[in-house]
Design a protein around this ligand. Structure first.
Ligand code: G16
Length: 544
């Protein structure tokens, strides 16, 4: 066993995106690729000697191999203790929970989130800092800069650690602790939610639920929580074993990819409540019987009813949403007399607000919801929040949402994704939009009058940092909007996201079909962005 210093050369493509470095598995398998990025992390995060970090991933292909490499690099870099989830499993929210609970230096999470897995799928590495949240931009920028100049990495040449046995191992001076990745997280959930009440609901015989783990990381957590702790019958959790390729499922909990769950919830005898989470467990989708709750509505409903849940009954300090998320939650904040912050896309932008105690709940249209309990969005937390509400209110998911619309108005909302576009045409479309902005203000487009047309920028209220170019906003009078931005998480070509929102207070018109309600805005979006002409696409690849 010995420490080696290995000579290497930089790769030029290791700039972290919206959520860490995400690339094809085959890219990560190139010699030194993973090593360079991990060494770049260790090189820039400050004093690491003797400190503790947590490691784990969503169980996808290359998870175990990457963990063994990172463990040995951690030992060679002087880390004192590395905690690794049993079987290499650790959900993103659980990683955040463990970092905070044990006061760790940080953690490395291996996941490409909702992107497909397997030998031809995607892989990813993300570094979370001591507050449990994703590295802020200035840290990811340092990691990237370091990755451009790196010429050596450190590696401890030692046998692999057995990741399937709980307990302590040693590599050189470093202790490797293989720990139960569910325990701390479950304890935190027990503090926030009324487990007795939820248990009562699930054992009443009058209520049933189904949870889809999408063969990804949340299966073991969901079985422990819903089936063992809350007494739901075995089989409540479907696709509950983390598999290397997620069993061929694209682990993105939306209406297209969570097909099995969606079919169950549309069937004649559907359960009362359905939910799913993504590859690494930070996203959530909420369904009632033949009823889909948009993530934007979900955030607004949770905020409006937070006083019914023990962890939030003391009140909310503020709310936050990412810019493309619907404005439904803004109205809840207004009615409560608390602030609502609008941040760029990316959970890292909530970090400072949460740390400063300015925000209690926050969320994004991209199926992410969370609170100040950790510094990541949290899929199972959102499902438990809903379950707790259902147990207290004794009403169906649909009724709860419809009552919300009656009180606050409804934000018809949809996202149209054009995936796998040629980067040049996607960039051309965005630059055409940027050029068109000045001419759009005050213009009438069909029945809509443009109030604001800009490229969103954000000044962090806590540290004053400025983030520009965060998406094109066309805001119409009467609180309807179209937003355009390019995805920061894809690994193939470019993905254009078009976010459409129309606010409706007329009760008679709140029952329309969403796409129909948005049809005028869809036409306007196509026209101003010249989507067909510039991308050659007749229709979006995914509509959520
Ligand atoms: C990541 C971030 C989210 C963000 C999403 C946006 O999600 O953590 O905060 O909303 O990306 O993705 P895109 O840039 O493709 O629109 P995840 O679940 O992939 O970590």
């Amino acid at each position: 066993m010995s420490i080696q210093k290995v000579s290497t050369r930089p790769f030029k493509d290791q700039r972290p995106g919206t959520s860490g470095l995400r690339k094809k598995v085959t890219t990560f398998q190139q010699p030194y690729y993973l090593e360079n990025f991990v060494q770049s992390i260790f090189d820039v995060i400050g004093e690491i000697k003797g400190k503790t970090i947590v490691l784990g991933g969503d169980g996808r292909f290359y998870n175990r191999e990457a963990l063994q490499i990172i463990i040995k690099m951690a030992a060679a870099n002087g880390i004192g203790r590395t905690m690794v989830g049993l079987g290499g499993i650790l959900s993103t929210p659980a990683a955040s929970c463990v970092i905070r609970k044990h006061g760790l230096l940080g953690g490395i999470i291996l996941s490409a989130s909702h992107n497909p897995g397997g030998p031809k799928g995607d892989f990813g590495v993300k570094y979370n800092i001591e507050n449990g949240g994703p590295s802020p931009e200035h840290v990811t920028e340092c990691i990237y800069k370091r990755s451009l100049e790196i010429d050596t990495y450190r590696f401890f040449d030692a046998p692999d650690v057995d990741l399937d046995q709980l307990g302590e191992n040693r590599i050189g001076e470093m202790v490797v602790e293989v720990f139960d990745p569910v325990a701390d997280y479950l304890q935190l959930m027990e503090r926030l939610f009324d487990f007795d009440r939820m248990r009562g609901l699930l054992s009443s015989g009058e209520f049933n639920m189904v949870y889809d783990g999408m063969n990804a990381v949340t299966g073991p957590y969901a079985r422990a929580i819903f089936e063992r702790r809350l007494g739901a019958p075995p089989g409540t959790v479907i696709n509950g074993d983390p598999l290397l390729d997620f069993g061929g499922i694209h682990p993105d909990p939306n209406l297209k990819h969570a097909r099995e769950l969606v079919e169950i919830m549309r069937s004649e005898n559907s359960p009362d409540f359905g939910a799913a989470s993504d590859g690494d467990g930070d996203r959530n989708m909420i369904l009632g019987r033949r009823f889909f709750v948009t993530p934007s509505d979900s955030l607004a409903v949770l905020a409006a009813n937070a006083d019914l849940v023990p962890g939030y009954s003391g009140g909310l300090s503020g709310l936050a949403r990412s810019m493309p998320t619907s404005m439904a939650v803004d109205r809840v904040a207004e009615s409560m007399g608390i602030p609502c912050y609008e941040t760029p896309t990316g959970w890292k932008f909530f970090g400072n607000l949460l740390d400063a105690g300015k925000v209690t709940l926050c969320g994004e249209e991209s199926f992410g919801t969370g609170s100040d309990h950790i510094r990541e969005k949290d899929g199972l937390w959102a499902v438990l929040f809903w379950l707790n509400l259902l147990a207290v209110k004794g009403e169906s998911v649909e009724r709860i949402v419809q009552a919300h619309w009656r009180k606050f108005g409804r934000d018809f909302y949809s996202r149209h994704d054009y995936e796998g576009l040629e980067a040049d045409s996607a960039n051309g479309l965005m630059s055409h939009l940027r050029d068109s902005l000045p001419g759009l203000v005050e213009k009438r487009l069909g029945n809509y009058e443009v109030e604001i047309a800009d490229n969103f920028s954000y000044t962090d209220p806590i540290d004053g940092s400025l983030s520009t170019g965060q998406g094109i906003r066309i805001i119409f009078r009467g609180a309807s909007r179209i937003v355009f931005r390019l995805s920061g998480t894809g690994t193939e070509g470019a993905t254009l996201r078009v976010y459409l929102e129309r606010y409706e207070t007329d009760l008679e018109r709140q029952d329309q079909d969403t796409q129909e309600a948005l049809s005028d805005l869809i036409t306007i979006a196509n026209n101003i962005a010249q989507i067909r002409a510039r991308t050659g696409r007749e229709a979006p690849s995914v509509i959520t």
